[in-house]
Design a binder for this molecule. Structure first.
Ligand SMILES: Nc1c(NC[C@H](O)[C@H](O)[C@H](O)CO)[nH]c(=O)[nH]c1=O
Ligand SMILES: CC(=O)[C@@H](O)COP(=O)(O)O
Length: 164
């Protein structure tokens, strides 16, 4: 199912773990900050709605999505979060630069998540147009930031239960 058939903001409110004991990191790209700011707002509001405390929420801004993997690693090493959310908006331009940024960002996040044994939720929109990005950051398709917050809470709880 593509995003077209699934609202990114919809979830079962009764199935979400309590986040009051979780430390959560968020790294967010400055590129397309109208979009990434909306993603961040959705993520922060959702995390707080499910119990995450202000002093356990660490938000770091970086220049672009290419920098998200390294920033995630720095945040993990500094704060030992239960999960990290990486937020970005990459929009196709005239050249192949889009392809390189998206691939480096996605593979980099995957690599850091595995090497640091910490969930890093992939909240990077990779859109053909600005309109598609708007639709996925609080528009007609919902807010990817909300979806990422829910994924972060679920992965943090799963990781904690695995430790027990
Ligand atoms: N064009 C977009 C970029 N480009 C910048 C790169 O992410 C990176 O910051 C630069 O190449 C320096 O290393 N970044 C986005 O997040 N979104 C774009 O649409
Ligand atoms: C994703 C990008 O880096 C892209 O927006 C840059 O635009 P262009 O390919 O026209 O240089």
């Amino acid at each position: 199912m593509a995003t077209e058939g699934k609202n990114l903001s919809h979830y079962d409110k009764d199935s979400i773990p309590d986040g009051s004991d979780f430390t959560i990191g968020i790294v967010v790209s400055e590129w397309n900050d109208e979009i990434t700011g909306a993603l961040l707002k959705g993520a922060v509001e959702t995390l707080k709605k499910h119990g995450v405390q202000e002093n356990k929420l660490h938000v770091k801004w970086v220049p672009g999505s290419f920098e998200l993997p390294l920033a995630s690693q720095w945040l993990i090493q500094q704060h030992s979060p239960h999960a990290v959310i990486a937020l970005g908006s990459v929009i196709q331009g005239e050249t192949k630069h889009f392809d390189f940024v998206c691939e480096a960002c996605a593979l980099g996040i995957k690599d850091v998540s595995l090497s640091e044994n910490t969930p890093i939720i992939f909240g990077v929109l990779t859109d053909n147009t600005h309109e598609q990005a708007v639709a996925r950051s609080g528009g007609k398709h919902g807010n990817k930031g909300i979806e990422c917050a829910i994924a972060a809470l679920k992965m943090a709880a799963l990781r904690r239960n695995l430790w027990v």
